[in-house]
Design a protein around this ligand. Structure first.
Ligand SMILES: *Cc1c(COP(=O)(O)O)cnc(C)c1O
Length: 495
């Protein structure tokens, strides 16, 4: 049975998966959601023996129903190959009785690679299927990791260009170096003198700008999105939760049907929503523990039912989660509103106009599987230091936010259900914050001395992604105000 994609705001038509991937965002400003969540109609025991690629095929074919088996298998093969430094793709590591699902073994050593290594293939396949003649321009706002992962995926892919906007002072030095050294004739990187939300809002505005779209079309271009609002990113993220469950079964850590909890360090709400979709497919998941840093909008939302972005934006040591507007939450809101686009639209209007909205008690009842909490900067650093001292394992700052929140959850609830923490970045990507958490004495070292020191203390080889940027020349140095984004895009494309 075909799965079609509809807007969470309801006034657009239904699209096939490939059309929805091409469009990225719906015309009415809403996000595409599947009109039904397909069931994972496989015995769970079958998952235990599957490779990552096989699991990806079983999950994705159920969502992307207009892709042929051959097309989808080709996309999966091209994505999950030697770009990853382990054939397991997403290894599950047990420390102190908790399972860390390492999602950072791809080209840019953050979890964005899990979806962004396949999105270019899904997108170019979708373009072929739909006879698209225009060159596809990927517009992306990044809090640090998406931009690099998207560029790594799209660099020199024929028929595509990619323009990335990042907050000039809102990413880690390694993240920035990774982006501004990006090669590829079709890649463009632009710094914004604002924060991530400014960049994201600017990108969304361009997507909704009909006049701009017409100008581009006349010049042979059309926009698409690599942000986590694209269902072509969301669907591949469902895969690793299913895969992790299979591995736990294979290793005899759980019995078939046993529920597990997941903890997800959250920013734009894409990763945790993918886990929720895995549960809706039938995977035995219990609680979704949503971990925030000091930008704790989601914690406040889960505790009060009021989403309110009117607050100071905090720059933290987990910059990929420095977000006050969690775009993908809209998909959850739509669902807990009983898939009612009107109810959802009213709330999103409130968010656009007043920066806030409040859900009804009835909707709140539908959020019981979620638990939200947050970690302060100190708690995050403490979590890194403690796990390192106890086990020798070094986490990155985002994973550490999840770890610290999980500790709070356990103390509050005494829930000892087996738990998977989504480990979203390599510690090598946030070396200074990580090493400072372990011992203040490291702060005197340079960025790359820290890299070598981390390699020594963790007993882990320096990832290729870091070795590559040690000496790479800066190729992108443009910085603009957020209002100038449309102008910059036109200049880049020569429109
Ligand atoms: C993007 C990112 C997150 C947040 O993921 P969302 O899907 O936006 O919630 C967390 N950690 C890291 C390292 C990231 O790159």
């Amino acid at each position: 049975m075909q799965v079609l994609y509809r807007s969470t705001r309801g006034t657009d038509k239904a699209y096939t998966a490939s059309e929805a991937i091409l469009k990225g965002l719906s015309e009415d400003g809403g996000l595409f959601v599947p009109d039904r969540i397909p069931k994972l109609d496989l015995p769970l025991s079958a998952l235990a023996g599957m490779t990552y690629q096989e699991t990806a095929y079983e999950v994705m074919r159920r969502f992307l129903t207009d892709f042929t088996a051959e097309e989808l298998k080709q996309c999966i093969e091209n994505a999950y190959d030697e770009k990853f430094d382990t054939p397991k793709i997403a290894p599950l590591v047990e420390k102190n009785g908790t399972f860390y699902l390492e999602l950072f073994h791809g080209a840019t050593i953050a979890f964005k690679d899990m979806a962004l290594s396949i999105l270019p293939h899904l997108l170019t396949t979708a373009a072929k299927k739909n006879q698209v003649k225009n060159e596809i321009v990927i517009l992306t706002a990044t809090s640090g990791d998406t931009g690099k992962a998207a560029m790594a995926g799209f660099a020199d892919v024929p028929g595509t260009r990619i323009i990335v906007f990042y907050p000039k002072n809102g990413v880690s030095p390694i993240q920035e170096k990774q982006m501004v050294t990006q090669k590829g004739k079709n890649t463009y990187v632009v710094g914004i003198t604002g924060n991530f939300d400014d960049a994201q809002t600017g990108v969304k505005k361009m997507f909704n700008d009909k006049e701009l779209a017409a100008q581009l079309d006349a010049a042979g271009f059309q926009f698409s999105s690599a942000n986590s609002i694209n269902i072509g990113r969301l669907v591949p993220q469902v895969v690793y939760y299913v895969y992790a469950y299979g591995k736990l079964l294979a290793e005899g850590k759980i019995h078939e049907g046993e529920k597990i909890n997941v903890v997800v360090p959250t920013g734009n709400f894409g990763n945790i929503l993918a886990a929720y979709y895995a549960k809706l497919m039938g995977l035995p998941l219990g609680k979704f523990i949503c971990a925030s840093n000091e930008n704790k909008v989601l914690y406040d939302f889960f505790s009060t039912g009021c989403y309110d972005r009117n607050r100071a934006f905090m720059l933290t040591n987990s910059p990929s989660m420095d977000i006050l507007i969690s775009s993908n939450l809209e998909r959850l809101i739509y669902r807990i509103a009983g898939n009612d686009p009107e109810k959802n639209s009213r709330l999103m209007e409130g968010l656009a106009k007043d920066g806030k909205y409040e859900i009804t008690d009835e909707m709140k009842q539908n959020l019981q599987e979620f638990y939200g909490n947050y970690a302060t900067e100190e708690e995050t650093a403490g979590a890194i230091r403690r796990l390192y001292e106890e086990t020798g394992y070094v986490m990155d700052t985002h994973t550490a936010v999840a770890e610290a929140v999980y500790e709070k959850y356990r103390q509050e609830t005494k829930d000892e259900t087996k738990t998977v923490i989504a480990s979203t970045a390599s510690p090598f990507k946030f070396t200074r914050s990580v090493m400072n958490s372990i011992d203040g004495k490291y702060d005197a070292l340079s960025d790359f001395e820290l890299v070598d020191q981390l390699s020594r203390i963790a007993g882990v080889r320096v990832p290729k992604a870091i070795e590559e940027i040690r000496t790479a020349p800066v190729l992108h140095d443009r910085v603009i105000a957020a209002e100038e984004m449309p102008q910059a895009v036109k200049e880049i494309l020569g429109v």
